[in-house]
Design a protein around this ligand. Structure first.
Ligand SMILES: C[S@@+](CC[C@H](N)C(=O)[O-])C[C@H]1O[C@@H](n2cnc3c(N)ncnc32)[C@H](O)[C@@H]1O
Length: 244
């Protein structure tokens, strides 16, 4: 990151990411209403309205023309939300949980025909390029799997495109441990993946991104929660700076 008064485009985007405008609420309502099952409508409405990652992602991506791949997309909330906010580039989502993909596909078929959802493990071949989202996925993977996934995602980021990662860095503070306990509870009581948890360190994630190739920022994104959620933003520079 640059020091001093000059702010990069990435820093300006982050500054406005915390200020959802009035179309945010309407988009949340419309997306939630698309799910045929009551419990999913309620889940989607609460998640979209309470989780600051959705408006933050929109603010970061709104000017981009790059296609978006949502890795570990769940029931497709990010893609549906972005479309409702007017984000026009192609959107695809992959998730290894067929139950969630089936729900996403059903909603897309009826309401968002240009969105594509595929049941796929992120460890399998990824062919798309553009911008990528990886929200609340990394900590379900073992450290070696995280390494391999990040190494495979980096080349898929187009010039000017971004990889947005939302996760809880292993900061070993009170926020971190509260996040850990809440995730354990969620695993026991919801359909979240039941596997061991491996929250990554900031350094382990950032090590994949060379400073001369990527603008980068790791910003708190915990909203009103006591958790340690952060947004990791890596934007591939359109033109690499000339050395010397
Ligand atoms: C907590 S959910 C987050 C869903 C969505 N990203 C969101 O923010 O609403 C984590 C998702 O990651 C998916 N997932 C975990 N490991 C995966 C892998 N190796 N490949 C694809 N999806 C994976 C799970 O199936 C689950 O849907």
């Amino acid at each position: 990151m640059k020091n001093g008064n000059a702010r990069t485009a990435l820093e300006r985007d982050c500054a406005c990411a915390a200020l959802p405008d009035e179309s945010h609420g309407a988009a949340c309502t419309r997306v939630a209403s698309r799910f045929p099952e009551l419990w999913l409508r309620l889940y989607a409405a609460k998640k979209l309205r309470s989780d600051p990652v959705f408006p933050a992602a929109f603010e970061l991506l709104r000017a981009s023309r790059e296609p978006l791949l949502d890795v570990g997309c769940g029931v497709g909330l990010l893609g549906f939300y972005l479309r409702e906010r007017g984000f026009q580039p192609p959107i695809a989502g992959i998730d290894r949980d067929g139950r969630k993909i089936a729900r996403a596909q059903a909603v897309a078929e009826r309401h968002y025909p240009a969105l594509e959802f595929v049941e796929q493990d992120a460890a399998d071949n990824l062919e798309r390029s553009g911008s990528l989202a990886l929200f609340d996925v990394l900590h379900y993977l073992r450290p070696d799997e995280q390494e391999r996934l990040l190494a495979r995602l980096v080349p898929r980021i187009a010039p000017g495109g971004m990889l947005l990662i939302r996760d809880c860095p292993r900061d070993e503070n009170a926020r971190f441990w509260l996040t850990y306990l809440a995730e354990r509870f969620a695993q026991a009581t919801t359909w979240n993946v039941r596997t061991s948890l491996h929250f990554p360190t900031r350094a382990a994630v950032a090590a994949h991104f060379l400073h001369n190739e990527f603008e980068q920022k790791i910003a708190p994104l915990w909203g009103d929660t006591p958790f340690n959620n952060h947004l990791f933003i890596f934007r591939r520079r359109a033109i690499a700076p000339v050395a010397g």
